[in-house]
Write a protein that binds this ligand. Sequence first.
Ligand code: ZN
Length: 329
Amino acid sequence: MIKVKEVIQELERIAPPAYQESYDNTGLIVGDKEAEVKGVLTCLDSTEAVIEEAIATGCNLVVAHHPIVFKGLKKITGRNYVERVIIKAIQNNIAIYAIHTNLDNVYNKGVNERIGQQLGLVDTQILAPKAILKGFIAYTFDERAAKLYDELKAAGVIALHQQGHRLEGQFEVGLQTRVVGLLRAAEAHSSITEIENKATNVGAGLYGDLPEAMEEEAFLAYLKERMKVDCIKHTALRGHKIKKVALCGGAGGFLLRQAIRRKADIFITADYKYHEFFDADQNIIIADIGHFESEQFTIDLLADIISDKFSNFAVRCTAVRTNPVHYWC
Ligand SMILES: [Zn+2]
């Protein structure tokens, strides 16, 4: 018997929640983490239709990329789709788990690595690596210091030093909850600081090379086909071949500067606004392929991560196309 929390553990081993952005709401949103998993349904958006599909297919755990709830809900009466999803999930004993910007921010088995694979990119790297080491200084009671030292060491803290009741050390940001928990349990006074240390496997966006340079128009046709898009919004072509490609699933406009700095010929992302397209300024091509389209392979990615580890229950990819955007071409 596999519990919901065991599936969560595996997902969070790949993408620790500490890597999520501050506005995010990754984690178990509805449901009981002790419940037995009967089946898993993966999706980008846990819409009402997806919850109905879960009920119909006997899946009691929905694993979504986008959290259905971002902000506090004061009343849950079913007056909008978010509230209706929550009510339906609870009434049918369905758990909803979201793995969002933490999955965007990991290189291995992350959202962007999968897009890079879909495009056949080689020598891929994170576009904007995140600072991931943190440091701390803590003061505790003399009699607790030695035990706290051992606990922190066992938790994976590095550069750990103890002098009397003072301890200092460094840890990967993914360990922060654990480290803070240990410091609190020892009633330590502590301060935590960022350390300038860029990870190569954690951060936003991705860039890499095509095995062979392609003409711009040929590349756009290839992009359309590989990413299954009906239509690409892009800035003016530059008359250069495409070799270096930068990308970010979802709304990645904030990475344009890094894409230009890496000398990418094209930046593939979504959710671009009219005025932001001007920022390409002949330095790069911006290609907006749509938010759903850019992240659609995350549905298979999530199913792969779970079925690679567990074989006791069925793992399905949703058959519902949850894209709220339709095109009339
Ligand atoms: Zn997204």
